[in-house]
Design a protein around this ligand. Sequence first.
Ligand SMILES: Nc1ncnc2c1ncn2[C@@H]1O[C@H](COP(=O)(O)OP(=O)(O)OP(=O)(O)O)[C@@H](O)[C@H]1O
Length: 204
Amino acid sequence: MTTVNLTVELGGNPVLTGYDLVVRPGELVAVVGENGSGKSTLLRCLAGLQPPTSGEVTVFGAPPADVAAFWRRVAVTGDEPAWYPGLTAREHLELVPAVHDGPRMSVERALELFDLGPRADAVPLNLSTGQRQRLALAAALVRPSSLLLLDEPERGLDTAFRERLGTLLLEYTADGGTVIMATHDPALAARARHVSLATRVGGR
Ligand SMILES: Nc1ncnc2c1ncn2[C@@H]1O[C@H](COP(=O)(O)OP(=O)(O)OP(=O)(O)O)[C@@H](O)[C@H]1O
């Protein structure tokens, strides 16, 4: 995963200017920086959701492409997912093995790892904010993938679960996966290689 001289302007503002990044397979990388420094924009570029103004983005040896083969390898979390009305937490996780071959873990194991067992039969809108975030992360980690792009995965999580998340992400990279996350959590960032985005004058 690389960016070379990546420049993104949004609404006439320079958000990223000549940004170079190299991430090797199996790395856990934390993108850190102040609010507005461009972390989400960088993740969106890596996911192919934000076209660069100039420069290059390469993921698995090619520019990110909005095709099934790309999305089979890449899982993204960030904004609140669109939950299916009427489906419980367990049923949301059961969708994953229904549509992806070779899930990374069973639904029951995911419910246990993400501390969702007691609330497995609740619909997401009846879960707490942190429980919904754990469900979103569980869905991303159940499905097979090679690259996780996580935007502030710590959002809504208590301290103990943030620590567990760090361990789960390190296990993901130990299996050969790559994680690039934007985070404001110093403890989570400390377990990763961090790369900084400086805030630019005029870019906020
Ligand atoms: N659609 C847009 N049009 C114009 N400017 C935008 C747009 N989206 C984001 N920006 C600006 O681009 C800059 C970078 O935003 P981005 O969301 O990437 O920052 P971030 O580092 O993820 O911030 P945070 O820590 O607050 O999540 C900000 O100044 C933001 O206001």
